[in-house]
Design a protein around this ligand. Structure first.
Ligand SMILES: [Zn+2]
Length: 83
């Protein structure tokens, strides 16, 4: 997660060079603001086909403090499906 302006927030250093064309999970419509705990709504529209890909940057805008949060979509975590 990155604050607008590029200041890294939380976990960094994840690179998925080999998965840039891989499908990602659909981003949540709403997340919780890291700064104030308010609701941040997704402001990035989906593609026409409704697909999301790993490495896509989606932006959220906080309703309360108006901060913007940019999130790079991670790959679908297939490890959880292992039985
Ligand atoms: Zn906020």
């Amino acid at each position: 997660m990155y604050r607008c302006g590029g200041e890294p927030i939380g976990e960094t250093g994840s690179v998925y060079d080999d998965d840039l064309s891989a499908l990602a999970e659909t981003p949540a419509e709403e997340i919780v603001c890291v700064d104030c705990g308010g609701p941040c709504h997704l402001i990035t529209p989906a593609r026409e086909d409704g697909q999301w890909y790993v490495g896509d940057i989606v932006a959220y805008r906080c309703r309360d403090c108006r901060d913007r949060w940019d999130i790079e979509l991670p790959p679908i975590d297939t490890d959880l499906a292992n039985d």
